[in-house]
Design a protein around this ligand. Structure first.
Ligand SMILES: NC(=O)c1ccc[n+]([C@@H]2O[C@H](COP(=O)([O-])OP(=O)(O)OC[C@H]3O[C@@H](n4cnc5c(N)ncnc54)[C@H](O)[C@@H]3O)[C@@H](O)[C@H]2O)c1
Ligand SMILES: N[C@H](C(=O)O)[C@H](O)COP(=O)(O)O
Length: 359
C-alpha cells in the first residue's frame, strides 16, 4: 500500500451453516446476538428455517447487502436443506446443502465479495456417506481455490490466566493433517519426509509474517518419537530426517529449533519461547491445543488466497437442541453450546483479512 493511502473498508465476513443437525445454527445465532451492535458484520450461508423462532433473519442476494441488515436481522445468503432437520440426528440427505454453503462462501471470498470464510463444523463421515471425497474443509477449500496441496492447518488459542498466573497461548501447525497415524509416519520418512518438513516450515514462517505480522517468527519443531528419539535409541526419524531438515532451514536463515521432545514442548515456559509449534501429526498438536484452550481455540487455514477460519470444536451432536431451547439456562448436568470459539474464529478472520489488506 502506498504511503498516505487509506485502506478500503473490508467487505463482510461469511459464516457457513455447517452440519444443520449440530450446534452450528445455535452458536451462529448467539454470535449474531453478540456482534449485531459492534460487528464484525457477517452474512450467513445457510437455511433460515434453522433459525425459526430464535432470531430474526433477512434473505439477501449479495453479501454487500449484509451491512444494512446486520443490526436488525441475520443477513442470509439462502442455502436450503432439502430435508427437515432434527438436532442431533445425522442425515446425509442434507449434505449437498452443507457443501453448497461452503462452496458459495468460498466463491464469494475468491470474488472479493466477502473478506473471509468462517466455517461452522461439519461431520466428515456424514458428508462422506453422501459422496463427498475430501477429509475436511481445509482440503476442500484448497481445492476450490485451485491451491490443492498448498493448505496448512494451524490451530491457535490465546493466552489465558491459570489461577492468578498469566500463561502464553499456543499455535500449532501440522506437517500431516487428516490421515492415519501409520500414513503420517510413512510420510515423514527419508527424502520425502525431509522435504515435507522444510516445505511446511517455510510456508508457516511466511504465513506468520503475512497474517500475524511477526517479523521474525520462531518455530519449534516436534520430534516424532519418545524423548525425540533419545539419540536413535527410540527411533531414527529425528536423526535421519528432522535434524537434517532443520539444519538446512537454519542455513536459509529461519529461526527454527528442534527436534523437541514432544512431551515437554507445550509447557508454559516452553510456549513462551516460540511463535508456533510445528507438529508432525494431527493429535500431537491438537491434544495440547484443545486441552489448553478448546473454549477459545481457532482453526486457521494458512497458505491459501482466501482467509478461512473455524471454531476448533466439532458438531457436538450430543448437545444440539432445537431453536426453542437456545439461550435457555442449563439444567442440572446439562451442557450447552458455547459460542466463544466461533466468536474468536470471526475475530481472527477479520484480523487476518485486515493484515492482508494492508500488507
Ligand atoms: N471444523 C470442523 O468442521 C470440525 C472440527 C472437529 C470435529 N469435527 C467433526 O465433528 C464431529 C464430532 O466430533 P467430536 O465428537 O470428536 O468432537 P466435538 O468437538 O464435536 O465434541 C467433543 C465434545 O465437546 C463438546 N463440545 C464441542 N463443542 C462444544 C461447544 N461449542 N460448547 C460446548 N460443548 C462442546 C461436545 O458436546 C462433546 O462432548 C466429527 O464428525 C468430526 O468430523 C468437525
Ligand atoms: N482437524 C480439525 C480438528 O480436529 O479440530 C477438524 O477436523 C477440522 O478440519 P477442517 O477444518 O479441515 O474441517
Amino acid at each position: 500500500m502506498a504511503l498516505g493511502t487509506v485502506p478500503a473498508p473490508l467487505p463482510p465476513l461469511a459464516v457457513t451453516m455447517g452440519d444443520p443437525a449440530g450446534i452450528g445454527p445455535e452458536i451462529t445465532a448467539a454470535l449474531w446476538r453478540q456482534t449485531r451492535g459492534q460487528g464484525p458484520v457477517f452474512c450467513w450461508y445457510g437455511d433460515p428455517a434453522l433459525m425459526a423462532g430464535a432470531i430474526p433473519t433477512q434473505a439477501i442476494t449479495h453479501p454487500s447487502q449484509a451491512a444494512c441488515v446486520f443490526a436488525n436481522a441475520l443477513p442470509v445468503m439462502v442455502v436450503r436443506c432439502p430435508e427437515p432437520v432434527t438436532p442431533g440426528t445425522l442425515d446425509s440427505a442434507n449434505s449437498p446443502a452443507v457443501v453448497a454453503a461452503i462452496t458459495q462462501a468460498t466463491q464469494a471470498a475468491l470474488a472479493g465479495d466477502v473478506a473471509g470464510v468462517v466455517t461452522a463444523p461439519i461431520a466428515k463421515h456424514v458428508l462422506k456417506a453422501a459422496g463427498f471425497s475430501f477429509p475436511g474443509h481445509t482440503e476442500f477449500i484448497a481445492s476450490l481455490t485451485g491451491q490443492g496441496g498448498e493448505e496448512l492447518m494451524m490451530l491457535a488459542c490465546p493466552p489465558r490466566a491459570w489461577g492468578h498466573t498469566p500463561q502464553p497461548g499456543l499455535r500449532v501447525v501440522l506437517a500431516t493433517i487428516h490421515t492415519s497415524l501409520a500414513s503420517a509416519v510413512a510420510a515423514l520418512q527419508g527424502e520425502g519426509g525431509r522435504a515435507r518438513i522444510m516445505d511446511v516450515a517455510r510456508r508457516t514462517v511466511a504465513a506468520l509474517k503475512r497474517d500475524f505480522g511477526l517479523p521474525r517468527p520462531r518455530l519449534w519443531v516436534a520430534g516424532l518419537n519418545p524423548h525425540a528419539g533419545e539419540d536413535g535409541m527410540m527411533g531414527c526419524e529425528e536423526r535421519d530426517v528432522i535434524s537434517p531438515a532443520l539444519e538446512a532451514l537454519k542455513a536459509e536463515g529461519l529461526d527454527v529449533e528442534g527436534p523437541m521432545p514432544p512431551d515437554t514442548m507445550f509447557t508454559p515456559a516452553a510456549r513462551a519461547r516460540y511463535d508456533a509449534a510445528l507438529c508432525l501429526y494431527h493429535d500431537q498438536g491438537l491434544i495440547p491445543l484443545k486441552t489448553l484452550g478448546m473454549e477459545e481455540g481457532v482453526n486457521i487455514t494458512l497458505g491459501l488466497d482466501v482467509v478461512r477460519t473455524s471454531p476448533d470444536h466439532g458438531t457436538a451432536f450430543d448437545i444440539a437442541r432445537p431453536p426453542s431451547q437456545w439461550g435457555s439456562p442449563a439444567q442440572a448436568g446439562q451442557r450447552v453450546a458455547d459460542a466463544r470459539s466461533l466468536h474468536q474464529a470471526l475475530l481472527t478472520a477479520q484480523a487476518i483479512a485486515k493484515a492482508r489488506s494492508t500488507h
